[in-house]
Design a protein around this ligand. Structure first.
Ligand SMILES: [Zn+2]
Length: 96
């Protein structure tokens, strides 16, 4: 049984390939040259369709499972909520 290989990218030294079993593959590793942290590259070179829209979609889906994008704040520019009551007497009440 072969162990699949995964690519990790160092900013300085490019991509290095490591073999991990699927259940233990890390999202980060260390560069074999400079020992700085590397990040996993989400590509499927063995399939030969790495540039297609379908493969990009698959890669993006895999990546959200391991490193989902995170929002740090509530989205701005939201419209104020519409008033719920339609009773005309409510619109005559004093406003803060
Ligand atoms: Zn390096």
């Amino acid at each position: 049984m072969s162990v699949p290989s995964y690519d990790f990218r160092c900013d300085e030294h490019g991509v290095s390939t490591e073999r991990h079993s699927m259940s233990t593959v890390p999202t980060t590793s260390v560069c074999p040259v400079c020992a700085l942290p590397t990040r996993r590259v989400f590509t499927a070179p063995a399939l030969g369709h790495g540039g297609s829209a379908a493969m990009r979609a698959i890669d993006a889906t895999k990546q959200t499972a391991d490193s989902p994008s995170v929002v740090s704040a509530v989205p701005r520019d939201r419209k104020p909520p519409r008033p719920v009551s339609r009773d005309p007497r409510h619109s005559r009440l004093p406003r803060p």
